[in-house]
Design a protein around this ligand. Sequence first.
Ligand code: CA
Length: 236
Amino acid sequence: MDKQKTVLIVEDEKNIVDIVKFNLQREGYQTLEAYDGQEGLHKARTENPDLVLLDVMLPKMIGFDVCKALRAEGNNVPVIILTAREEEADKVLGLELGADDYITKPFSMRELIARVTANIRRSAMSAAAIPAASASAMPVAGELSINTDSHQVFRGGKPIDLTQREYELLTFLASHPNKVYSRVDLMEQVWNYGYVGDDVRTVDVTVRRLREKIEADPASPTYILTRRGAGYYFSV
Ligand code: CA
């Protein structure tokens, strides 16, 4: 039996906290609550949760700043941002600040539980996959090489700092060279979502951030290419 996982809910609307807490506990999760951004940041630092559900509009410190502060400290806890439906820009900004996922309000409990489960499972799998030993980096294409033991990516011998998700997307595409994957495929394969709504935009944002890090000229990429109307592929 797995250790019980803990979800930190950072949300200032008590009725939302209550219903989310009720549903998570029913699924076997432990929960912690914080009703403003400062308290949320403090609990994320000190309580070591397995996942953080983070509202954007919070008293004292907004959700984006909480996420940014955690990532700046090297804290890689999975973060799911909760946004209002009309705030499209929020989703993109949240992902750029290092959130793993977002969910739009109002959300169904079924969707929320599915996202929480998928993100915790993915995070646990990648943690287990990192051995202590470090082999030499395997050349992939051009100047790019990947060390799958240490989870490091290099361009021209220089290490590139990728988020967990960027690393997973890159290694997934690179391990199937020249095969085109649709955004829905990638959501299923890399993000582990069985359910895909209108959130394929997440894939575009992650591809864009990855290109900014690995490509010499992100505007005319040579590694991760777009096949118009079909999806993305790793070119070799
Ligand atoms: Ca709020």
